[in-house]
Design a protein around this ligand. Structure first.
Ligand SMILES: O=P(O)(O)O[C@H]1O[C@H](CO)[C@@H](O)[C@H]1O
Ligand SMILES: O=c1cc[nH]c(=O)[nH]1
Length: 248
C-alpha cells in the first residue's frame, strides 16, 4: 500500500531522493524551466509539488509555506516517503551591508529563533546543514561563477512584533547575514531524522530597508531578486548532481 502522507499528499512510489524546498508555491513555476519531464503532482494547503529530471536525476520540488511549523511537517513527510536530501530555496532579508539585493547566502548555521525546532529539542542544539551538501553547494556556485556568501541566518516566526528593528540590530551586530523563517526548523528536524539538508537564501530586502515593501517588490518580479532566485535554483540542482555522483 502506498504510504500517502497527510499534508504533502505524496507517497513512496515516487522513489525520489532529492527535493527542492521553496517557501512560496508560486516559485515552482520558476523552478519548472530548469527541469525536464516535469509533472505537476499535488497542491494541498501550502504544499504544491512537481517532479522532473535534471541531468537525468529525479528531482522533487515542493513548497513549504511560511514558517518552521509547516516546513517541519514537510521535512517529516518527505522523510517518510524516502527523500534523502533536501535544499531550501528561500528568500531572506539582509542583516549586513555587504549582503546586497539578489545576493545568495549558503547557510552554514541558523539561529533558532523559531518555535517549531524548539518543540523537538532545546535551543542549545545547533541548527546546521549537512556538511557534504553545503560543500556541494559551495563547489557548484564556484563552478557556475555565481558569487555567494556563507554564514549564519536567523530564522524567526513574525515580521510584526513591536521590536523588529531592535531584534534585527542585535543579530546584525553578532554577524548574522540575513533572516528567514524556515531554515532553522529544516536543519534541526532534518538532522534528527537523518535527512541531509542545506539552505540557500536569496536576499530580497536591502540592509535596513523596508522589509514588507521589499517583499512586495519581490513578488512583483523585481529583477535582482529574480536573478538571485535563478542562481539559487541552479546551485541547488548542481549540488544534487554532485551528491548523486558521490563528488561531495
Ligand atoms: O520566500 P520564502 O522561501 O517563503 O522565504 C521567506 O519569505 C516568507 C516571508 O515573506 C518566509 O517564508 C521567509 O522565510
Ligand atoms: O526580511 C525578510 C525577508 C524575507 N523573509 C524574511 O524572513 N525576512
Amino acid at each position: 500500500m502506498p504510504n500517502v502522507q497527510p499534508h504533502i499528499q505524496l507517497d513512496d512510489t515516487l522513489e525520489v531522493k532529492y527535493a527542492l524546498l521553496p517557501g512560496d508555491p508560486a516559485r515552482l513555476d520558476r523552478i519548472s524551466p530548469f527541469l525536464e519531464n516535469v509533472m505537476e503532482l499535488k497542491f494541498n494547503r501550502e504544499y504544491r509539488s512537481l517532479i522532473g529530471t535534471y541531468k537525468g536525476i529525479k528531482i522533487l520540488a515542493i513548497s513549504t509555506g511560511i514558517g518552521g511549523a509547516s516546513a517541519g511537517i514537510a521535512v517529516e513527510e518527505l522523510h517518510n516517503i524516502g527523500v534523502e536530501a533536501l535544499i531550501r530555496i528561500g528568500s531572506c532579508g539582509s542583516l549586513q551591508p555587504k549582503v546586497k539585493m539578489g545576493d545568495i547566502i549558503l547557510v552554514s548555521g541558523a539561529v533558532r529563533d523559531d518555535g517549531a525546532s524548539k518543540t523537538y529539542v532545546d535551543a542549545m542544539f545547533p541548527a546546521v546543514p549537512d556538511i557534504d551538501l553545503l560543500f556541494a553547494c559551495v563547489e557548484s556556485a564556484k563552478e557556475k561563477n555565481i558569487p555567494f556568501h556563507t554564514g549564519i541566518a536567523r530564522s524567526h516566526d513574525s515580521f510584526y512584533t513591536d521590536d523588529e528593528d531592535a531584534i534585527d540590530a542585535f543579530w546584525s551586530k553578532k554577524g548574522v547575514l540575513g533572516c528567514d523563517m524556515e531554515t532553522a526548523a529544516i536543519f534541526t528536524i532534518g538532522h534528527l531524522r537523518g535527512v541531509k539538508t542545506a539552505s540557500i537564501l536569496n536576499n530580497v530586502v536591502e540592509y535596513q530597508g523596508d522589509t514588507l515593501d521589499s517583499i512586495v517588490n519581490y513578488v512583483d518580479g523585481e529583477s535582482l531578486s529574480m536573478q538571485g532566485e535563478k542562481n539559487e535554483i541552479l546551485v541547488a540542482l548542481e549540488a544534487f548532481v554532485k551528491l548523486e555522483k558521490g563528488l561531495s
